[in-house]
Ligand binder design. Structure first.
Ligand code: ADP
Length: 211
């Protein structure tokens, strides 16, 4: 977060003399209250300065890094997720490759009836199988996918930070976003409701920088 010279000066006054009213700050800087208004808005929006009615402005004690960290923990996966691209376990390796191209994704989620998570297929899973001389028109993705219960997943309520940490820790590009739901057979399962990939995280990061 980069403040202007004037905003830095206001911040110094607030740090030393806060809580302090807008009028008092304006007086100290020999400026009008109206001139200061945009600066006060930026300082309060940044989170570095707090404002309380009838009390005035005060220093929140939060560093820009702390504010950034809070934001990363506040924003939930549900806010940045994408639509999942899913296939059936019987889908051929050939069709899976075509789906990756047409849907422009690098990870497919394999689901059974009702959208319940069964597995994940990545680009390299598909590349690997093409080296083996198999009939990719016939071979189903069920043979090459990573299966439950070995799937790393996230849910809408998880923080973007925690989800990004999982992607790094498990060295994977994407995770299904799931919701616990009862299977048609009465057992509990994970319904796929979204996709969280490194691209979502990168986009979020860029948007954060534009704020
Ligand atoms: P790629 O292999 O195309 O670089 P990944 O790094 O995401 O893509 O995948 C590496 C391996 O991890 C693959 O075998 C894939 O099946 C598996 N994988 C990918 N995503 C997940 C996930 N969410 N949970 C468990 N395994 C996964």
């Amino acid at each position: 977060m980069q403040f202007t010279k004037r905003q830095e000066a206001i911040l110094e006054i607030i740090k030393k003399q806060g809580p302090i009213t807008g009028e008092q700050i304006a007086e100290k800087l020999s400026l009008t209250r109206a001139t200061l208004r945009p600066d006060m808005a930026i300082l309060t929006m940044s989170g570095v300065v707090g404002a309380r009615p009838r009390v005035g402005y005060f220093y929140s004690g939060k560093t820009p890094n702390r504010i950034m960290a809070e934001k990363l923990h506040q924003v939930k996966v549900g806010a940045i997720k994408s639509v999942p691209v899913v296939v059936n376990e019987k889908c051929s390796v050939y069709d899976a490759v075509v789906t990756m191209f047409t849907e422009d994704v690098g990870t497919l989620f394999v689901v059974k009836e009702g959208g319940f998570l069964e597995g994940v297929v990545s680009r390299k899973d598909l590349l690997k199988i093409t080296l083996g001389g198999h009939d990719i028109y016939k071979l189903p993705v069920g043979v090459v996918m990573t299966r439950m219960p070995n799937i790393i997943y996230t849910d809408q309520e998880e923080s973007v930070w925690a989800a990004a940490k999982k992607l790094l820790a498990h060295e994977i590009d994407a995770m299904p976003v799931v919701r616990r739901k009862e299977n048609p057979d009465g057992r509990k399962g994970l319904e796929v409701v979204g996709r969280l990939s490194k691209t979502n995280i990168t986009r979020f990061f860029v948007e954060l920088g534009e704020e």
